[in-house]
Design a protein around this ligand. Structure first.
Ligand code: SF4
Length: 92
């Protein structure tokens, strides 16, 4: 049970308000990290719409049973072969 010091037990509208306010803060934080992520991104496919959006990048490649470009050496990344096999080949 959640308890507010001023009001006692929180009701559902209070919880929704807290979730929405926190969600907006999270989105603001995410937008702040996109520039940093993009600056640090080692992927050379610059026109990719997921560049800097690491969560989307991971989800996209995971759905294809692949890994994002930043998991690979510069040579591996440049091959655009994002397969698990390539990753294992590079790291064993
Ligand atoms: S690794 Fe893939 S999804 Fe991520 S930025 Fe590069 S091309 Fe886009």
């Amino acid at each position: 049970m959640l308890v507010s010091p001023e009001q006692g037990t929180l009701k559902v509208p209070d919880l929704l308000y807290i979730l929405l306010v926190n969600y907006e803060r999270e989105v603001d934080m995410m937008e702040c990290t996109i520039e940093k992520n993009t600056a640090a991104c080692t992927c050379t496919y610059d026109s990719c719409p997921r560049k800097g959006k690491c969560c989307e990048c991971v989800a996209y490649h995971r759905s294809k049973k692949q890994l994002p470009g930043c998991f690979f050496s510069p040579e591996g990344e440049a091959s655009y072969d994002r397969s698990y096999r390539r990753f294992i080949m590079e790291n064993t």
